[in-house]
Design a binder for this molecule. Structure first.
Ligand SMILES: Nc1ncnc2c1ncn2[C@@H]1O[C@H](COP(=O)(O)OP(=O)(O)O)[C@@H](O)[C@H]1O
Ligand SMILES: [Mg+2]
Length: 290
């Protein structure tokens, strides 16, 4: 029998302290097939990152947490894996891209050290020269023209966009079957975010990886995903093929999310002022605060 690559079944997660209980996930079900690009969309605090952390098996160790339901990856119940098996699963079969690339790279490591560490998860005997060679090839795929320099740099010596590309290269170098991208690039500017998604799209096609793209913005996932799940306060309120959800949203929350999508026309974002020299003090567009 064939099974989905990832199958989340009625997942419930509650965080408990002695003063309060937060029901972060109230029984969500979601699946991703091999090679499929799926988006999980919802406003801040709706339970997106908790879902991602649960899939990676990062919540099990936490105190005061209650987990119900089941997460299966490649047909195996993730909760039944040993810690060492779960660690092996992360970074080889499932990898993750976070919102802020700089804080997820170690500031005291050169980029080449990050690549060496990641490559060692699948091949403990890999040498530094071999790792460099593989890393350079992967960096070229994320459109970095001078991989040699980048490998010898520390994260702070690179721009945010460059670090984001490094993160994508690191996430894909071990050819994972599932990539989880949690609001990739939202800590960066909109252009970089857009480039990030394009790069991710091209690379996951090349590498035949499935993707769970997490976003608070329906507009961002439109181009990228085959299917969408809309999450609201810990519940999936709508799901379906991307085209169908956009054409005919059923749930009022999805409609509200759609209404919030900024419309960018072919000619770009409408300009308020053509010539920057038109700005005067105080600003004509935004009157000075009294
Ligand atoms: N470690 C934690 N302890 C307690 N509450 C948490 C924890 N992590 C997340 N939450 C709560 O769970 C809910 C969902 O959080 P999260 O998944 O991070 O939202 P988002 O959709 O913005 O990623 C929020 O109410 C958040 O405050
Ligand atoms: Mg989040």
């Amino acid at each position: 029998m064939t099974h989905p690559l990832l199958n989340i079944h009625k997942l419930r997660i509650a965080f408990r302290t002695h003063t309060k209980q937060t029901d972060a996930l109230k029984g969500i079900s979601l699946h991703i097939n091999s090679d499929e690009r799926v988006a999980l969309v919802g406003e801040s605090g709706s339970g997106k990152s908790v879902t991602a952390r649960a899939v990676l098996g990062l919540l099990q160790q936490q105190r005061g947490i209650e987990i119900g339901g089941r997460i299966e990856f490649e047909g195996q119940d993730v909760a039944l894996l040993k810690d060492s098996e779960r660690r092996q699963m992360r970074g080889t079969k499932i990898s993750m891209i976070f919102q802020d690339p700089v804080s997820s790279l170690n500031p005291v490591f050169r980029i080449e050290t990050e690549f060496l560490e990641v490559l060692r998860r699948t091949n403990p005997k890999v040498t530094l020269p071999a790792a460099r060679e593989q890393a350079e090839e992967m960096l070229r795929k994320v459109s970095i023209d001078d991989p040699h320099r980048v490998l010898r740099s520390f994260p702070f010596q690179l721009s945010g966009g460059m670090n984001q590309r490094v993160m994508i290269a690191l996430a894909l170098i071990n050819a994972p079957s599932l990539l989880i991208a949690d609001e990739p690039g939202t800590a960066l500017d909109v252009t970089v975010q857009d480039q990030t998604l394009r790069l991710m799209r091209r690379l996951v096609e090349d590498h035949r990886a499935a993707v769970l793209l997490i976003s608070h913005n329906l507009g961002v996932v439109r181009e990228f995903s085959d299917r969408i799940y809309v999450i609201y306060r810990g519940r999936i309120v709508e799901e379906g093929p991307t085209g169908a959800v956009f054409a005919d949203p059923i749930h009022p929350y999805t409609r509200a999310l759609l209404a919030a999508v900024p419309r960018i026309t072919k000619s770009g974002i409408p300009k308020l002022v053509d010539d920057i020299s038109q700005f005067t003090e105080p600003c004509e567009i935004h009157p000075a605060r009294a």
